[in-house]
Design a binder for this molecule. Structure first.
Ligand code: PLP
Ligand code: COI
Length: 339
Protein backbone atom coordinates (compact mmCIF):
# COMPACT_ATOMS: atom_id res chain seq x y z
CA UNK A 1 0.00 0.00 0.00
CA UNK A 2 1.32 3.44 -0.90
CA UNK A 3 2.02 5.92 1.86
CA UNK A 4 -1.22 7.76 2.35
CA UNK A 5 -0.96 11.36 3.57
CA UNK A 6 -3.97 11.05 5.84
CA UNK A 7 -3.92 14.68 6.88
CA UNK A 8 -4.02 15.95 3.30
CA UNK A 9 -6.82 13.84 1.87
CA UNK A 10 -9.41 15.73 -0.15
CA UNK A 11 -13.04 14.64 -0.29
CA UNK A 12 -12.81 12.57 -3.44
CA UNK A 13 -12.63 9.14 -5.01
CA UNK A 14 -9.86 6.95 -3.67
CA UNK A 15 -9.26 3.49 -5.05
CA UNK A 16 -9.31 0.82 -2.35
CA UNK A 17 -9.11 -2.96 -2.54
CA UNK A 18 -12.67 -4.22 -2.62
CA UNK A 19 -16.30 -3.32 -3.03
CA UNK A 20 -19.32 -5.49 -2.31
CA UNK A 21 -22.32 -6.09 -4.53
CA UNK A 22 -25.66 -7.81 -4.49
CA UNK A 23 -28.12 -8.25 -7.36
CA UNK A 24 -31.89 -8.34 -7.13
CA UNK A 25 -33.29 -10.71 -9.77
CA UNK A 26 -36.50 -12.68 -10.14
CA UNK A 27 -37.98 -10.89 -7.18
CA UNK A 28 -35.22 -11.60 -4.67
CA UNK A 29 -31.80 -10.49 -3.52
CA UNK A 30 -28.97 -12.91 -4.34
CA UNK A 31 -25.65 -13.74 -2.67
CA UNK A 32 -23.24 -11.00 -1.59
CA UNK A 33 -20.33 -10.74 -4.04
CA UNK A 34 -16.92 -9.28 -3.25
CA UNK A 35 -15.28 -7.50 -6.18
CA UNK A 36 -11.86 -5.97 -6.76
CA UNK A 37 -13.03 -4.25 -9.92
CA UNK A 38 -13.89 -0.56 -10.05
CA UNK A 39 -16.23 -1.21 -12.95
CA UNK A 40 -19.76 -2.50 -13.39
CA UNK A 41 -20.67 -4.57 -16.41
CA UNK A 42 -24.13 -3.45 -17.30
CA UNK A 43 -26.85 -3.65 -19.91
CA UNK A 44 -26.92 -0.60 -22.18
CA UNK A 45 -30.67 -0.26 -21.62
CA UNK A 46 -30.36 -0.37 -17.81
CA UNK A 47 -32.91 2.02 -16.32
CA UNK A 48 -30.27 3.87 -14.28
CA UNK A 49 -28.76 5.07 -17.56
CA UNK A 50 -32.00 6.27 -19.09
CA UNK A 51 -34.62 6.99 -16.50
CA UNK A 52 -32.62 7.93 -13.44
CA UNK A 53 -33.29 4.85 -11.32
CA UNK A 54 -30.38 5.55 -9.00
CA UNK A 55 -30.03 6.47 -5.36
CA UNK A 56 -27.09 6.58 -2.98
CA UNK A 57 -26.01 7.16 0.59
CA UNK A 58 -22.96 8.63 2.26
CA UNK A 59 -21.68 7.52 5.64
CA UNK A 60 -18.49 7.65 7.65
CA UNK A 61 -16.38 5.15 9.59
CA UNK A 62 -13.87 6.28 12.21
CA UNK A 63 -10.97 4.68 14.02
CA UNK A 64 -10.76 5.86 17.61
CA UNK A 65 -7.70 6.36 19.80
CA UNK A 66 -8.84 3.17 21.54
CA UNK A 67 -8.30 1.35 18.22
CA UNK A 68 -12.02 0.64 17.81
CA UNK A 69 -13.80 1.08 14.50
CA UNK A 70 -17.06 3.00 14.69
CA UNK A 71 -19.83 3.51 12.11
CA UNK A 72 -22.16 6.42 12.77
CA UNK A 73 -25.94 5.78 12.71
CA UNK A 74 -25.83 3.24 9.88
CA UNK A 75 -29.44 2.23 10.34
CA UNK A 76 -30.65 5.73 9.51
CA UNK A 77 -28.78 5.61 6.20
CA UNK A 78 -30.12 2.14 5.45
CA UNK A 79 -33.69 3.26 6.14
CA UNK A 80 -33.24 6.40 4.06
CA UNK A 81 -31.96 4.29 1.18
CA UNK A 82 -35.13 2.22 1.44
CA UNK A 83 -37.21 5.39 1.26
CA UNK A 84 -35.22 6.59 -1.76
CA UNK A 85 -35.75 3.24 -3.49
CA UNK A 86 -39.44 3.36 -2.74
CA UNK A 87 -39.62 6.93 -4.09
CA UNK A 88 -38.37 5.91 -7.54
CA UNK A 89 -39.80 2.40 -7.61
CA UNK A 90 -36.63 0.38 -7.05
CA UNK A 91 -36.19 -2.81 -5.05
CA UNK A 92 -35.27 -1.93 -1.45
CA UNK A 93 -32.16 -3.53 0.08
CA UNK A 94 -33.24 -5.09 3.41
CA UNK A 95 -31.63 -3.61 6.54
CA UNK A 96 -29.86 -6.89 7.35
CA UNK A 97 -28.35 -7.06 3.86
CA UNK A 98 -27.24 -3.44 4.15
CA UNK A 99 -25.60 -4.19 7.50
CA UNK A 100 -23.84 -7.35 6.35
CA UNK A 101 -22.46 -5.69 3.21
CA UNK A 102 -21.41 -2.61 5.15
CA UNK A 103 -19.46 -4.65 7.71
CA UNK A 104 -17.87 -6.68 4.92
CA UNK A 105 -16.71 -3.65 2.95
CA UNK A 106 -15.30 -2.02 6.10
CA UNK A 107 -13.36 -5.13 7.10
CA UNK A 108 -12.06 -5.76 3.60
CA UNK A 109 -10.74 -2.20 3.42
CA UNK A 110 -9.72 -1.85 7.06
CA UNK A 111 -6.24 -0.61 6.22
CA UNK A 112 -7.79 2.44 4.58
CA UNK A 113 -9.51 3.64 7.76
CA UNK A 114 -7.54 6.76 8.67
CA UNK A 115 -5.80 6.91 12.04
CA UNK A 116 -7.47 9.13 14.65
CA UNK A 117 -6.75 12.84 14.83
CA UNK A 118 -6.15 13.35 11.10
CA UNK A 119 -9.49 14.97 10.31
CA UNK A 120 -10.16 12.05 7.96
CA UNK A 121 -12.47 9.05 7.86
CA UNK A 122 -13.42 6.10 5.70
CA UNK A 123 -16.36 7.19 3.57
CA UNK A 124 -18.86 4.55 2.49
CA UNK A 125 -20.87 5.08 -0.65
CA UNK A 126 -23.78 2.64 -0.91
CA UNK A 127 -25.78 2.89 -4.12
CA UNK A 128 -28.73 1.14 -5.68
CA UNK A 129 -29.30 1.23 -9.43
CA UNK A 130 -31.81 -0.16 -11.87
CA UNK A 131 -29.62 -2.61 -13.77
CA UNK A 132 -32.29 -4.37 -15.78
CA UNK A 133 -33.19 -3.16 -19.30
CA UNK A 134 -36.27 -1.18 -20.25
CA UNK A 135 -37.00 1.08 -23.19
CA UNK A 136 -40.49 2.10 -22.18
CA UNK A 137 -40.56 4.37 -19.16
CA UNK A 138 -41.03 1.88 -16.36
CA UNK A 139 -39.07 0.45 -13.45
CA UNK A 140 -36.43 -2.22 -14.05
CA UNK A 141 -36.89 -5.87 -13.10
CA UNK A 142 -33.29 -6.11 -11.86
CA UNK A 143 -31.29 -4.02 -9.41
CA UNK A 144 -27.74 -3.77 -8.16
CA UNK A 145 -26.94 -2.69 -4.62
CA UNK A 146 -23.25 -1.89 -4.21
CA UNK A 147 -21.08 -0.38 -1.49
CA UNK A 148 -17.63 1.04 -2.09
CA UNK A 149 -15.35 2.73 0.41
CA UNK A 150 -12.49 5.20 0.40
CA UNK A 151 -10.66 7.47 2.83
CA UNK A 152 -11.68 11.14 2.66
CA UNK A 153 -10.80 14.48 4.18
CA UNK A 154 -13.08 17.51 4.60
CA UNK A 155 -15.75 18.22 1.95
CA UNK A 156 -14.96 21.91 1.76
CA UNK A 157 -11.23 22.53 1.57
CA UNK A 158 -11.70 25.06 4.39
CA UNK A 159 -12.56 22.19 6.80
CA UNK A 160 -14.03 23.76 9.91
CA UNK A 161 -13.16 27.25 8.66
CA UNK A 162 -16.01 29.49 7.54
CA UNK A 163 -17.05 29.53 3.88
CA UNK A 164 -18.97 31.89 1.59
CA UNK A 165 -22.20 30.75 -0.03
CA UNK A 166 -24.43 32.18 -2.74
CA UNK A 167 -28.23 32.27 -2.78
CA UNK A 168 -29.54 31.19 -6.19
CA UNK A 169 -33.04 31.79 -7.48
CA UNK A 170 -32.67 30.96 -11.16
CA UNK A 171 -32.16 27.23 -10.58
CA UNK A 172 -34.10 24.74 -8.43
CA UNK A 173 -32.60 21.45 -7.29
CA UNK A 174 -35.99 19.77 -7.20
CA UNK A 175 -39.68 20.41 -7.73
CA UNK A 176 -42.04 21.21 -4.84
CA UNK A 177 -43.64 17.76 -5.05
CA UNK A 178 -40.61 16.07 -6.55
CA UNK A 179 -37.71 14.06 -5.16
CA UNK A 180 -35.92 16.55 -2.88
CA UNK A 181 -36.67 14.49 0.24
CA UNK A 182 -34.88 11.40 -1.07
CA UNK A 183 -31.29 10.89 -2.14
CA UNK A 184 -31.59 10.28 -5.86
CA UNK A 185 -28.99 11.18 -8.47
CA UNK A 186 -31.27 13.52 -10.41
CA UNK A 187 -31.34 16.05 -7.57
CA UNK A 188 -27.56 16.31 -7.79
CA UNK A 189 -27.54 16.58 -11.58
CA UNK A 190 -29.87 19.57 -11.24
CA UNK A 191 -27.49 21.20 -8.77
CA UNK A 192 -24.35 20.97 -10.91
CA UNK A 193 -24.79 24.13 -12.99
CA UNK A 194 -25.57 26.54 -10.15
CA UNK A 195 -22.85 24.95 -8.00
CA UNK A 196 -20.22 25.31 -10.74
CA UNK A 197 -21.24 28.90 -11.36
CA UNK A 198 -21.09 29.70 -7.64
CA UNK A 199 -17.54 28.25 -7.49
CA UNK A 200 -16.52 30.33 -10.47
CA UNK A 201 -17.91 33.38 -8.73
CA UNK A 202 -15.85 32.65 -5.62
CA UNK A 203 -18.29 30.76 -3.40
CA UNK A 204 -17.97 27.33 -1.80
CA UNK A 205 -21.53 26.32 -2.50
CA UNK A 206 -25.07 27.50 -3.16
CA UNK A 207 -28.01 28.11 -0.89
CA UNK A 208 -31.18 27.05 -2.67
CA UNK A 209 -34.53 28.65 -1.92
CA UNK A 210 -37.85 26.80 -2.17
CA UNK A 211 -38.97 26.21 -5.76
CA UNK A 212 -42.58 27.27 -5.27
CA UNK A 213 -42.46 30.64 -3.56
CA UNK A 214 -38.77 31.45 -3.82
CA UNK A 215 -38.68 32.81 -0.30
CA UNK A 216 -37.80 30.01 2.13
CA UNK A 217 -34.34 28.56 2.67
CA UNK A 218 -33.98 25.07 1.25
CA UNK A 219 -30.68 23.12 1.02
CA UNK A 220 -27.12 24.40 1.36
CA UNK A 221 -25.59 22.57 -1.61
CA UNK A 222 -25.20 18.92 -0.60
CA UNK A 223 -26.02 19.71 3.02
CA UNK A 224 -28.78 21.06 5.28
CA UNK A 225 -28.79 24.62 6.55
CA UNK A 226 -29.03 25.69 10.21
CA UNK A 227 -28.95 28.99 12.04
CA UNK A 228 -28.38 29.90 15.69
CA UNK A 229 -30.28 32.69 17.35
CA UNK A 230 -29.67 33.11 21.05
CA UNK A 231 -30.38 29.76 22.64
CA UNK A 232 -32.28 28.40 19.64
CA UNK A 233 -31.14 26.05 16.87
CA UNK A 234 -33.27 26.72 13.79
CA UNK A 235 -33.34 24.58 10.66
CA UNK A 236 -35.68 24.55 7.66
CA UNK A 237 -38.45 22.01 7.43
CA UNK A 238 -39.73 21.23 3.96
CA UNK A 239 -40.76 18.31 1.79
CA UNK A 240 -38.02 19.31 -0.65
CA UNK A 241 -35.18 18.94 1.85
CA UNK A 242 -33.29 15.71 2.46
CA UNK A 243 -33.74 14.71 6.11
CA UNK A 244 -30.09 14.90 7.13
CA UNK A 245 -28.87 12.42 9.71
CA UNK A 246 -26.22 14.91 10.80
CA UNK A 247 -28.88 17.59 11.28
CA UNK A 248 -31.06 15.18 13.24
CA UNK A 249 -28.05 14.45 15.48
CA UNK A 250 -27.23 18.15 15.91
CA UNK A 251 -30.83 18.85 16.93
CA UNK A 252 -30.48 16.20 19.63
CA UNK A 253 -27.12 17.58 20.77
CA UNK A 254 -28.55 21.12 20.85
CA UNK A 255 -31.42 19.83 23.01
CA UNK A 256 -28.90 18.05 25.27
CA UNK A 257 -27.11 21.40 25.66
CA UNK A 258 -30.33 22.99 26.87
CA UNK A 259 -31.09 24.81 23.63
CA UNK A 260 -34.47 25.13 21.94
CA UNK A 261 -34.84 23.53 18.55
CA UNK A 262 -37.07 24.84 15.79
CA UNK A 263 -37.72 22.74 12.69
CA UNK A 264 -39.84 25.01 10.50
CA UNK A 265 -39.93 27.07 7.34
CA UNK A 266 -37.20 29.71 7.43
CA UNK A 267 -37.60 32.91 5.43
CA UNK A 268 -34.52 34.17 3.59
CA UNK A 269 -34.91 37.53 5.40
CA UNK A 270 -34.36 35.74 8.71
CA UNK A 271 -30.72 35.37 7.74
CA UNK A 272 -30.30 38.87 9.11
CA UNK A 273 -31.34 37.67 12.60
CA UNK A 274 -28.97 34.73 13.02
CA UNK A 275 -25.78 34.99 15.03
CA UNK A 276 -24.28 31.84 13.50
CA UNK A 277 -25.14 29.88 10.38
CA UNK A 278 -23.78 26.71 8.86
CA UNK A 279 -24.20 23.78 6.50
CA UNK A 280 -24.34 20.28 7.94
CA UNK A 281 -24.11 16.81 6.50
CA UNK A 282 -22.01 13.65 6.54
CA UNK A 283 -19.47 15.01 4.09
CA UNK A 284 -19.61 18.61 5.30
CA UNK A 285 -19.93 17.71 9.05
CA UNK A 286 -20.51 21.33 10.09
CA UNK A 287 -19.27 23.95 7.67
CA UNK A 288 -19.61 27.33 9.30
CA UNK A 289 -20.71 30.08 6.91
CA UNK A 290 -19.20 33.55 7.14
CA UNK A 291 -20.94 35.28 4.24
CA UNK A 292 -24.12 34.71 2.26
CA UNK A 293 -24.69 36.74 -0.90
CA UNK A 294 -28.03 36.87 -2.67
CA UNK A 295 -27.01 36.63 -6.32
CA UNK A 296 -30.13 38.46 -7.53
CA UNK A 297 -30.29 41.40 -5.17
CA UNK A 298 -26.64 41.58 -4.14
CA UNK A 299 -27.75 41.66 -0.49
CA UNK A 300 -25.11 40.31 1.87
CA UNK A 301 -25.36 38.67 5.27
CA UNK A 302 -22.16 38.30 7.28
CA UNK A 303 -21.22 36.19 10.30
CA UNK A 304 -18.08 35.02 12.12
CA UNK A 305 -16.80 38.55 12.69
CA UNK A 306 -13.58 37.16 14.19
CA UNK A 307 -13.00 35.00 11.12
CA UNK A 308 -13.79 31.76 12.91
CA UNK A 309 -16.86 29.66 13.69
CA UNK A 310 -19.15 30.90 16.44
CA UNK A 311 -19.24 29.30 19.92
CA UNK A 312 -22.42 27.24 19.45
CA UNK A 313 -21.35 25.79 16.09
CA UNK A 314 -17.94 25.02 17.56
CA UNK A 315 -19.44 23.22 20.55
CA UNK A 316 -21.82 21.24 18.35
CA UNK A 317 -19.00 20.33 15.97
CA UNK A 318 -16.67 19.21 18.76
CA UNK A 319 -19.39 17.16 20.42
CA UNK A 320 -20.43 15.43 17.20
CA UNK A 321 -16.83 14.67 16.19
CA UNK A 322 -16.05 13.56 19.74
CA UNK A 323 -18.89 11.04 19.71
CA UNK A 324 -18.03 9.77 16.24
CA UNK A 325 -14.39 9.28 17.17
CA UNK A 326 -15.15 7.66 20.53
CA UNK A 327 -13.80 10.54 22.62
CA UNK A 328 -17.15 11.58 24.08
CA UNK A 329 -19.70 9.22 25.62
CA UNK A 330 -22.16 7.96 23.01
CA UNK A 331 -25.24 8.55 25.18
CA UNK A 332 -27.72 7.98 22.38
CA UNK A 333 -26.16 4.77 21.08
CA UNK A 334 -25.36 6.24 17.66
CA UNK A 335 -22.19 4.27 16.96
CA UNK A 336 -21.89 0.67 15.94
CA UNK A 337 -18.54 -0.87 16.77
CA UNK A 338 -17.19 -3.12 14.03
CA UNK A 339 -15.41 -6.02 15.70
N1 PLP B 1 -28.79 17.45 1.93
C1 PLP B 1 -28.29 16.92 0.80
C2 PLP B 1 -28.82 17.40 -0.49
C3 PLP B 1 -27.29 15.95 0.88
O1 PLP B 1 -26.77 15.43 -0.22
C4 PLP B 1 -26.81 15.55 2.13
C5 PLP B 1 -25.79 14.51 2.24
O2 PLP B 1 -26.04 13.38 2.47
C6 PLP B 1 -27.37 16.12 3.27
C7 PLP B 1 -28.34 17.08 3.13
C8 PLP B 1 -26.89 15.73 4.63
O3 PLP B 1 -27.41 14.50 5.03
P1 PLP B 1 -26.63 13.56 6.03
O4 PLP B 1 -26.36 14.36 7.24
O5 PLP B 1 -27.55 12.44 6.29
O6 PLP B 1 -25.39 13.15 5.35
C1 COI C 1 -22.77 13.18 2.09
O1 COI C 1 -22.76 14.11 2.90
O2 COI C 1 -22.42 12.05 2.39
C2 COI C 1 -23.26 13.38 0.76
O3 COI C 1 -23.74 12.45 0.19
C3 COI C 1 -23.10 14.69 0.18
C4 COI C 1 -22.43 14.75 -1.15
C5 COI C 1 -21.02 14.43 -1.22
C6 COI C 1 -23.26 14.30 -2.28
Amino acid sequence: MENIKWGELPFGYFKTDYNVRCYYKNGKWGEIEVSDSEYINMHMAATCLHYGQECFEGMKVFRGKDGKIRVFRWEENAKRMQRSCEGIMMAQPPLELFKEMMIKVIKLNEKYIPPPGMGASLYLRPLTIGSGPQVGVKPADEYLFLIFAGPVGPYFKEGFHPVDVQIVRDYDRCAPQGTGHIKVGGNYAASLNPAARAKQEGFSTVLFVDAKENKYIDEAGPANFFGIKGKTYITPNSKTILPSITNMSLRQLATDMGMNVELRQVLVEELANFEEVGACGTAAVISPIKRIVDRDSGKEYTYCCEGKAGPVSTRLYNTLKGIQEGEIEDKHGWNMIVE
